[in-house]
Design a binder for this molecule. Structure first.
Ligand SMILES: *Cc1c(COP(=O)(O)O)cnc(C)c1O
Length: 364
């Protein structure tokens, strides 16, 4: 009997997530000096990690022999304050991706459907398929989630509907007014997941209290991977109803968030000046990239995240030739956008570099 005969068949057909390539990998393959390579492929923070968080984590390393706080008590308290909810409404995960997976554990069976946009963050689909449920993908209209079409795709079987605000890889967002009106029109039993991985980059954050007060099954996810510059540490969280939070808590591992990450996240939350500085630098960097792409005559999608989608012709080929020149960007063929690449906002110098390398990478 071959191994595949005893494997759950949905594992064999499960698509594989393709992450942005690490600098060391590209250096080895291309025979380049890693110091000369820049990575603008995973929407990481080009300014690094909050210095306060780095200091706190350095000290926390000394306690590495102890298990972490399995309940993330301090972090949940501070996050609850930050969002003006109670700690029982907060669930912390090993990245917000884990929170998305916990939703699958709790709610999804092979009889269920989820609704999501296309192209949208791929993890919604991966989680859905992992639990044997059906992913109903609704095409975006002009790169923006089509809320009416998504609502129309909801059936009796729909358990979860995913809406990233803003979306990755497009960087687009639906207005909070439209989103709230849309939630109101959805059947009350549906779990509405609003993925706010990039919310800290927006001028204004959306206040979801009124939606919770209507008794809606809302799950708002956030992450420390983006503006907080802690992608390596893997911390994300959900703000949701106490009932949903209790179910998600049951489905996670006892020590799902490591102690270093908890300490780092606590310190990063307090470092408001640093976050403000990162937001401002991103605004400038996005404008710089956007203007540069216009000068190069490349179509682009107006973004409110820390990345921009641009149409270069052969996205995979251009990405490869940029890599040969020491610039890692993200091809998005896997998102059904073979002509486009996604460029994360870097430092001013990094942005200048990718703009300088693009014409030759396109011309070959
Ligand atoms: C980057 C990203 C996340 C973050 O995932 P983590 O597991 O917290 O690192 C979540 N949602 C979207 C849309 C993203 O682009």
């Amino acid at each position: 009997m071959s191994l595949s005969d005893i494997v759950d068949p949905k594992i064999l057909s499960q698509p594989v997530y393709e992450p942005g390539r690490p600098i060391d990998d590209v250096a080895r393959e291309m025979g380049l000096d890693p110091a000369g390579i820049i990575k603008l492929a995973s929407n990481e923070n080009p300014l690094g990690t909050s210095p306060l968080a780095l200091k706190a984590m350095g000290e926390a390393l000394r306690e590495s022999h102890l298990y972490p706080d399995g309940g993330c008590v301090h972090l949940r308290e501070q996050l609850a304050k930050r969002h003006d909810v109670i700690p029982d409404q907060i669930v912390v995960g090993n990245g917000s991706n884990e929170v998305l997976e916990l939703l699958g554990h709790v709610f999804l069976t092979p009889d269920d459907e989820t609704v999501m946009g296309n192209p949208a963050f791929i993890v919604y689909k991966l989680v859905t398929l992992l639990f044997g449920a059906r992913a109903v993908e609704v095409p975006l209209t002009n790169h923006v989630h089509d809320l009416d079409a998504m609502a129309a795709a909801v059936t009796e079987r729909t358990k979860i509907i995913f809406l990233p605000c803003p979306n990755n890889p497009t960087g687009t967002i639906n207005s909070p007014e439209n989103v709230k009106a849309w939630i109101n029109r959805l059947p009350e039993r549906v779990i509405v997941v609003i993925d706010e991985a990039y919310a800290e980059y927006l001028e204004d954050e959306t206040d979801w209290h009124d939606v919770f007060e209507c008794g809606r099954r809302l799950v708002v996810t956030r992450t420390f991977s983006k503006i907080y510059g802690m992608a390596a540490l893997r911390v994300g969280y959900a703000v949701t109803t106490p009932e949903i939070a209790a179910l998600l808590q049951r489905s996670r591992q006892p020590f799902n968030v490591n102690a270093i990450a908890q300490v780092g996240a606590l310190a990063a939350l307090k470092d408001e000046n640093w976050v403000r500085e990162c937001r401002e630098q991103n605004r400038l960097g996005l404008a710089q990239l956007s203007a540069g792409l216009t000068t190069l005559g490349l179509p682009k999608v107006e973004s409110c995240g820390n990345f921009i989608l641009t149409q270069v012709g052969d996205g995979a080929g251009v990405s490869r030739r940029l890599q040969e020149r020491g610039v890692i960007v993200r091809p998005v063929g896997g998102y059904g956008l073979p002509e486009w690449i996604r460029i994360s906002v870097g430092t001013e110098q990094e942005n200048r570099r990718v703009l300088a390398e693009l014409p030759e990478a396109i011309a070959r």
